[in-house]
Ligand binder design. Structure first.
Ligand code: AMP
Ligand code: GLY
Length: 358
């Protein structure tokens, strides 16, 4: 499920009633719910991340940005549906961003109570998802998202326009480094501080010239990374989630976590206008035909049933996902399916996975 119920304490509520649930408690979900909490935790656990400073008031923040090298990133503390992150190329831009976050409170009064200002990092982003239960960490194969709206990583940031798995950038050496420098210290620091993380921990990691650095953590499966990731999982996901809840992940060896060798690619079909304004209720054609294609699965993100039709009901509508013998073949297959699906104003990137094919 999404972050908001976790941050609001759905897991605590279930546990209070003696019900089983997979996910972090409210105290641990703060790793996604509060950027201030997340950055302080990373500093404390010595996890590599962008240099930063935290502000409670806009005036000192505006004073401080005069002394910075650019670009910097201004972030609202709380959940802002992926929108409270503003890249600034000058102190004028940074001051405007501080006003938007802390004075106009564009991302909400709670989210704008504090702000994090940090250095902008450069590089390619890797998404590393891991199941965490007790002392055990089970990392999943690396994935890569495409955050920008348009081909060539141009245009505004979105929730993600497509993804692939495995990401060749995530070599076994790099994954081992990320596990030991990021996941182990964070999980142990949280356990020691008595807000243990149990659930799915998602690390958004920038591959910089100085090595991997954490941009963010999410307390849930990532969208759209999860679509190509789970497309490759041959064993039962439920067994893994149960093992995380029961803290028996250490018993989940390679005989119990089986992956398809073939890569998978997911292409997001979005409503025209997203991430800005768009219209809902557009009938979707072609889903039946695509449902008969082998090695293809369409994940519905924002659709609803309207009479006997399926119509669009949000920004990112479908995650069209395919397996292929190679990454290039998986991409080809996913786009073959995308071309069979249509709705008024449908928009998608045409270059998902090209980064890894170059
Ligand atoms: P966050 O919500 O903190 O993860 O930020 C969302 C997205 O903004 C990240 O996935 C990156 O694409 C981008 N971003 C955040 N912080 C930085 C940074 N310090 N440098 C470069 N890009 C960033
Ligand atoms: N794809 C990024 C996220 O799920 O937040």
């Amino acid at each position: 499920g999404p972050e908001e119920p976790l941050v609001n304490g759905i897991v605590d509520a279930f546990q209070k009633e003696g019900l089983r649930i997979f996910g972090p408690r409210k105290s641990a979900a703060r790793i996604e719910g509060s950027k201030v909490f997340c950055k302080q935790l990373m500093r404390h656990a010595d996890v590599p991340t962008a240099e930063f400073k935290i502000f409670d008031h806009s005036e000192p923040a505006k004073y401080w940005v005069d002394t910075r090298e650019y670009p910097v990133v201004v972030k609202a503390d709380g959940l802002a549906a992926g929108k409270g992150v503003i890249v600034c190329n000058s102190s004028e831009e940074a001051k405007k961003a501080i006003d938007r976050v802390m004075v106009q409170e564009e991302f909400g009064s709670q989210a704008g109570r504090q702000a994090v200002i940090e250095k902008r990092l450069e590089g390619e982003e890797l998404s590393v998802l891991a199941l965490v239960g007790g002392r055990s960490i089970l990392p999943f194969p690396p994935t890569q998202d495409h955050k920008a709206l348009n081909d060539g990583d141009k245009g505004p940031n979105t929730g993600g326009m497509g993804a692939y798995c495995p990401a060749p950038k995530g070599t076994p050496e790099l994954m081992a480094k990320i596990e030991s420098e990021v996941f182990v210290p964070i999980v142990h620091a949280m356990k020691r501080a008595r807000y243990p993380f149990n659930g799915l921990l998602y690390g958004g990691i920038m591959l910089t010239n100085q090595g991997p650095k954490v941009l963010e953590f999410n307390a849930r499966f990532g969208d759209p990374e999860t679509q190509p990731l789970l497309m490759r999982l041959k064993s039962d996901l439920l067994d893994l989630l149960e093992a995380a809840v029961d803290e028996t992940l250490a018993e989940m060896d390679e005989s119990k976590v089986v992956w398809d060798d073939r890569p998978a690619v997911c292409v997001v079909m979005a409503s025209g206008g997203y991430p800005g304004k768009f219209e809902n209720g557009k009938p979707i054609a072609g889903l039946d035909e695509v449902s008969r294609m082998a090695d293809v699965k369409v994940f519905h993100a924002a659709t609803k049933v309207d009479g006997n039709r399926i119509v669009t009901d949000g920004g990112r509508v479908l995650g069209v996902t395919a397996l292929g013998a190679t990454l290039a073949a998986a991409k080809e297959r996913a786009y073959e399916a995308v071309r069979k699906i249509s709705f008024k104003g449908a928009y998608y990137r045409t270059d998902i996975a090209d980064k890894a094919l170059r």
